[in-house]
Ligand binder design. Structure first.
Ligand code: KG4
Ligand code: ZN
Length: 339
């Protein structure tokens, strides 16, 4: 048996996985989430995240010790993300690969999210990918490991980030996505008339900061987070989610209408949102496309998806000498760029 060890530390999750190289079977997967530690700050504090990775990653590696002799390659997220947290995983990967003389593969975190679709499955391309996470919102045309083009991005906040900010403004916890989604399920989406962003603009791009400000003004009118009843929170969450989904659907409809690729995928942390999933199911059905999603546990950050991309990259000969792997924080990703 030969295994690929994969490591993820781009934000607030420390995660390691072991995938069988020949069979693609995910043999072992661990994740330590730092959500509770960041919750009281209402978002991720990079220095705190880095210190927690420095403790958690070596602990996880120790748990993988029984498999060490089978490990034949290492894959690690090296971009994009928080530089101080990426470094923790990259340093560990370099040390391990150097000591044991193993091929080392740098993995782009967003490509990892896309390859979450293929965990324990064959790679299936081409795909039109809608990526909605805490760090990014984009649509990509994906044809191969290094053949992808960004078709649209957010000009400001990402989808996950806007849920986090709405939760924070209402005085709720972090991450905001699951909290706001649960509130929205019980709320009246018609109660607050929030603007659908870029509704009358021909731009094929996303923007969520205006919607966030509209939510902020509604909260102020209700007397701030303390002045809100549980029903107010539910109704505002539902109204916010409705406007956000209408915006995503309106823009992505324009892309789908022209796009010949029959397979569409929804990936990233916010793709766990069932209201968003079902809206895209409906949109894809309208255009005769098939929608693919990853199992819920692999939508948010994890090392299994990094390992799955790592397998294909290893097969394609994309390993790199350890000294050549550098960390890149947040290159501005724009429409028209190739990844
Ligand atoms: O992909 P991910 O784990 O990390 C990044 O690469 O950014 O995504 C985390 C983001 C957070 O902003 C979180 O609030 C959001 O995904 N998220 C959700 C839901 N679950 C997680 N957003 C909306 N609805 C959800 N159910
Ligand atoms: Zn992510």
């Amino acid at each position: 048996m030969s295994l690929l060890l994969s490591i993820e530390s781009s934000c607030d999750d420390s995660s390691l996985a072991l995938t069988e190289i020949e069979s693609r079977r995910l043999l072992w997967h661990r994740k330590i989430s730092q959500e509770a530690e960041h919750a009281r700050y209402g978002g991720v504090v990079p220095e705190l995240a880095s210190r927690l990775h420095a403790v958690d990653l070596p602990n996880l590696l120790e748990q993988a010790q029984p498999y060490f002799d089978e490990i034949a390659a290492v894959a690690v997220t090296n971009e994009p993300g928080l530089a101080v947290t990426l470094n923790e995983g990259v340093m560990m990967a370099k040390a391990f690969a150097t000591l044991r003389k193993l091929p080392l593969i740098p993995v782009h975190h967003l490509k990892g999210h896309i390859w979450s679709l293929f965990i324990e499955k064959p790679t299936r391309l081409p795909l039109l990918v809608i990526l909605i996470s805490g760090g990014h919102t984009m649509v990509l045309q994906v044809r191969g490991l290094r053949e992808m083009e960004i078709l649209a991005t957010s000009m400001d906040d990402s989808v996950g980030e806007s849920y986090d900010k709405v939760a924070k403004m209402m005085g709720l916890g972090y991450p905001g996505g699951p909290i706001v989604e649960a509130l929205a399920r019980e709320g009246d989406a018609e109660r607050f008339d929030l603007p659908v962003p870029l509704r009358n603009s021909p731009l094929i791009a996303f923007s969520l900061s205006g919607l966030k400000n509209a939510v902020r003004l509604s909260i102020e009118k209700l007397g701030g987070p303390e002045g809100m009843s549980e029903q107010d929170r539910r109704d505002l969450a539902a109204s916010f989610q409705k406007a956000l989904i209408a915006h995503l659907i309106q823009k992505i409809r324009k892309i789908l209408a022209k796009e010949p690729i029959p397979n569409v995928a929804l990936v990233g942390g916010a793709s766990t949102n069932l209201a968003i999933r079902s809206a895209f199911e409906g949109l894809c059905a309208e255009y005769g496309k098939r929608l693919h999603t990853a199992p819920l546990e692999f939508c948010t950050d994890n090392a299994a998806m990094i390992g799955r991309y790592g397998l294909d990259a290893l097969e394609a000969g994309l390993s790199v000498p350890p000294e050549e792997i550098t960390v890149s924080a947040n290159r501005k990703l724009q429409s028209g760029m190739k990844l």
